[in-house]
Design a protein around this ligand. Structure first.
Ligand code: NAG
Ligand code: NAG
Ligand code: NAG
Ligand code: ZN
Length: 473
């Protein structure tokens, strides 16, 4: 598969399948698991309590937040291909070594390095107004004098296809889909420019993929169609998109002058792999993960600093509490997620010959707000085992199992090969307010919520890595 086809498929996968709540299947689960396994899972109550006590009241209280804060304040944004991303990877390795965990390897891969330059849109007609924007990943530049063109506004691809090429030729297309779910709406960001170029547009704008805004554009990745011209692509705020839509609906002519510059090259980055070796079956892996890269705007505190640090904390806490599960707990810090799961693809390919050893794979990349449970892919028996484990987390209301065939972002690359896995289900209603904006800062994070996520993530990982049965495929 070509690089671009891969990315296109990837973008479909991310958040594409909406999760459904598991119907009550207690009786069939009971039969599938058997009394002994149910009893065995319940017996982890004490270990769970030990982990909870340590994280919520003991030495680890507030540690996840404090470490995340130091990290985010020191490095800020960590875009793919940047030196700051590499420095932040070195920092995480050092932080882990200080915990006397030394089974750490990094694996190099080639990643895209797209650097945003000048970005400016001025509405010239029907009145002069500056429009805030963020270019989308890999966007090409405009000529230095900018592109000055009329705007056509479309709600969706259907409306675009109803227009004749003559209506679109030489114009700027603005997509203004109203946010429903990320999975449903994000296609206008990821494919908008490619589709507009097919009809002869000179640039493509999208109403930011977000449910709420204080005039904040949201960036993100997008993919060109190699068979058509690559045109500049950017996101504008909900407020400005809605303004342009209102003017357009009144039949007034809108003219924008749009200037964008950027550079794009390849660099080397690294996936980071940290192992806490299992005591009985070190070859078998229970993976926890988050991505260490971020967009260039904001600080990547939420996306995915929180997920990175809860996944860092899991083996660290086990090590500190001298809890060594039967199977190896592997923590992976993916690189270059934001430009199309580049690190995850490289890992999947490199480790394909040992993928039978992945017992379960987890990722947190949709917020670390109050944990609610897990979003789980796997067979019914696999889900029954996880549902039984989640019963141990009723005291913090984190017992919900949501079914999805493609949970997570990076891990979807591995789960689609039939490997069971889960992503953190959390109270993330506000996630897309901040996602890919300047607003993704430490202010979004809470020490209490992060402690709950860390305690939950660590205990779930420990139990899955230690129970007598493998998670079946
Ligand atoms: C568009 O903006 C660019 C950059 O600000 C400027 O050089 C150019 O003159 C503008 N074009 C028009 C038609 O206003
Ligand atoms: C998988 O392949 C790598 C080399 O690419 C090798 O180092 C490793 O031992 C192999 N693992 C298994 C389980 O065959
Ligand atoms: C769990 O949810 C119940 C009902 O919504 C609530 O009363 C309780 O305070 C919650 N417990 C925790 C630890 O959040
Ligand atoms: Zn992310």
């Amino acid at each position: 598969m070509s690089f671009y086809t891969q990315i296109l498929i990837t973008l479909f996968i991310i958040f594409a399948s909406e999760a459904k709540f598991l119907p009550k299947k207690c009786n069939s689960c009971k039969a599938l698991l058997g009394d002994d396994l149910i009893k065995e899972i319940a017996s982890y109550e004490n270990v769970k309590n030990e982990i909870f006590k340590y994280v919520l009241e003991g030495d680890f209280k507030s540690k996840t937040y404090d470490e995340l804060e130091k990290f985010v304040d020191k490095f800020g944004a960590r875009p793919s291909g940047s030196q700051v991303l590499e420095d932040s990877i070195d920092y995480m390795i050092q932080l882990t070594r200080e915990e006397e965990i030394n089974d750490i390897v990094t694996e190099e891969l080639e990643v895209p390095h797209w650097i945003r330059g000048t970005e400016k849109i001025t509405m010239l007609e029907p009145r002069v107004k500056e429009i805030d924007l963020l270019g989308l990943g890999r966007s090409v530049t405009t000529p230095p004098e900018g592109i000055t063109a009329e705007v056509v506004v479309v709600k969706n691809f259907e409306e675009l296809s109803e227009l004749s090429n003559k209506d679109v030729d030489g114009k700027i297309v603005l997509y203004d889909p109203i946010f429903t779910s990320y999975g449903e709406t994000v296609v206008y960001r990821t494919q908008g420019a490619a589709r507009a170029a097919e009809k002869g547009a000179v640039a493509s704008l999208v109403r930011s993929i977000a449910p709420f805004s204080i005039n904040s554009p949201h960036t993100g990745s997008q993919t060109y169609n190699e068979n058509f011209e690559k045109i500049p692509a950017a996101a504008i705020s909900l407020e400005d998109a809605d303004l342009l839509r209102r003017i357009y609906n009144r039949g007034e002519k809108i003219v924008l002058n749009m200037t964008m510059s950027s550079t794009y090259e390849s660099k080397t980055s690294r996936n980071t792999i940290i192992d806490l070796k299992g005591r009985d079956n070190p070859e078998k892996l229970v993976i926890v993960s988050g991505h260490i890269d971020s967009w260039d705007v904001g600080q990547g505190a939420m996306d995915d600093g929180g997920g990175l640090f809860v996944s860092w904390a899991a083996p660290v806490i086990m090590k500190r509490l001298n809890l060594r599960p039967k199977r190896t707990v592997r923590s992976i810090f993916w690189t270059a997620e934001e430009l199309g799961l580049i690190g995850a693809y490289a890992y999947e390919e490199k480790h394909r010959n040992e993928s039978h050893n992945i017992n379960f794979i987890m990722e947190s990349d949709e917020g670390t707000f109050t944990p609610l449970g897990l979003i789980v892919a796997g067979t019914q028996k696999a889900r029954c085992i996880i549902a039984e484990i989640l019963k141990l987390f009723k005291s913090i209301n984190a017992s919900t199992l949501v079914e999805s065939d493609s949970p997570g972002s990076d891990i979807s690359v591995i789960i689609r090969n039939g490997i069971p896995g889960a992503s953190l289900h959390n109270a993330n209603e506000r996630y897309f307010w901040f996602h890919h904006t300047e607003g993704d800062t430490m202010n979004v994070e809470s020490p209490e919520e992060l402690d709950l996520c860390t305690a939950f993530w660590t205990a779930v990982t420990y139990i899955i890595a230690d129970i007598s049965v493998d998670i079946p495929r």
